[in-house]
Ligand binder design. Structure first.
Ligand code: RB5
Length: 146
């Protein structure tokens, strides 16, 4: 079973706790990178922790949650080796794994509800990278990292 690194800022704390509970119930191991209590933090500080857990191999993939999911995606995508996708629908969540081999999804706790967030997470975790022509495209993304 996959290990999922998960993290949030104050905008995503409640959703993070709920998703972590559901992931655990489904048998996933979670690596919680904070925050542990509801207090104001800077989302890049959490994004980098989850990103490093993924690139370091401690987790298979990651979930980052802030108010919109946008700040987390911008920050996580600065980390070499990370392909973070902001997802607001299940189709995108599946496709970003199948085509982009996204290793992090980001969610906006202030833009989508808990149930949609959970469906998005399940769609992402249930998908497999398709390789083939997509592997070459992902390779080109990696080359952009210099
Ligand atoms: C925090 O207020 C908010 O800026 C943050 O959660 C996120 O939405 C940033 O992209």
């Amino acid at each position: 079973m996959k290990t999922i690194a998960i993290g949030c800022d104050h905008g995503g704390f409640e959703l993070k706790e709920e998703l972590k509970k559901r992931l655990t119930e489904e048998g996933y191991a979670t690596l919680d990178q904070g925050i542990e209590t509801l207090h104001s933090v800077d989302y890049p500080d959490i994004a980098v922790k989850v990103a490093h857990a993924v690139t370091g191999g401690e987790a298979d993939c990651g979930i980052l949650i802030c108010g919109t999911g946008i700040g987390m995606s911008i920050a996580a995508n600065k980390v070499r080796g990370i392909r973070a996708a902001l997802c607001t629908d299940c189709y995108s969540a599946r496709m970003t794994k199948e085509h982009n081999d996204a290793n992090i999804i980001t969610l906006g706790a202030r833009t989508i509800g808990v149930e949609l967030a959970w469906e998005i997470v399940k769609a992402y975790l249930g998908a497999e990278f398709q390789g083939g022509r997509h592997a070459n495209r992902v390779k080109k993304i990696r080359q952009l990292e210099g």
